[in-house]
Design a protein around this ligand. Structure first.
Ligand SMILES: [Zn+2]
Ligand SMILES: [Zn+2]
Ligand SMILES: [Zn+2]
Length: 210
């Protein structure tokens, strides 16, 4: 009995059931038809098939895998999901592998950065030490020059003092010589123009009273 026969002879209710069954049978044959695994009794055609296996149920919005008929296995491809199911203990997904590689890379970069920072720090220290050494040398040179300036000033001051003392001494000597000369002259004048008083020996004018 075919579809047309049923349509022709069956009552409405029977035809309805048959039609439903026939529909189910027909759609079950279709390779890209899938029932929602969430139990909502809805089914749909998923034309992309295994190529793009993520299906969202048109009725309950459940997101599932077309190939595996389970809730969509987030972060796993269907091939990885197969590996996971066959050996869950030792399974490592591509994302795990990428994460591990990224972690390894991160640790390597961290190590390289620390090495670089250490080298930079040592360089900075040696530059600072050299700078401090130079600064100390500059300071020492400045102090030495300053000491020489002070010594030179003191030397000139002493020299000027000595010269002043010599000039003073010379002036006093000249003055003394002049004074002695005047005294000598005065003594001779007195000797020439006076004679000692016979009584008290005080010089008296030769012409007075003589
Ligand atoms: Zn559903
Ligand atoms: Zn799958
Ligand atoms: Zn006298």
């Amino acid at each position: 009995m075919g579809y047309e026969d049923v349509e022709q002879y069956a009552d409405r209710e029977t035809f309805g059931k048959y039609s439903d069954l026939a529909l189910r049978g027909a759609v079950n044959q279709a390779p890209d038809f899938v029932w929602c695994p969430n139990g909502c009794e809805s089914g749909q055609i998923h034309e992309a098939g295994n190529e793009q296996p993520i299906v969202t149920c048109v009725k309950c919005r459940f997101k599932f895998c077309f190939r595996h008929q389970v809730r969509w296995h987030e972060q796993l491809t269907c091939a990885e999901y197969d590996s996971f199911v066959s050996d869950p203990e030792n399974f490592r997904s591509q994302i795990d592998i990428l994460n591990e590689e990224a972690e390894t890379l991160r640790l390597e970069e961290q190590s390289a950065r620390r090495t670089q920072e250490e080298a930079d720090r040592k360089l900075a220290q040696s530059l600072m030490a050299a700078e401090q050494r130079e600064e100390a040398e500059r300071q020492a040179q400045w102090e030495s020059a300053e000491r020489e300036r002070r010594e030179e000033t003191e030397r000139r001051r002493l020299q000027a003092e000595r010269m002043a003392m010599q000039q003073q001494a010379e002036k006093m000597r000249i003055e003394a010589v002049r004074k002695r000369g005047e005294e000598e002259l005065s003594r001779r004048t007195v000797e020439r123009t006076t004679k000692p008083c016979p009584g008290c020996r005080w010089p008296i004018e030769k012409n007075s009273g003589w």
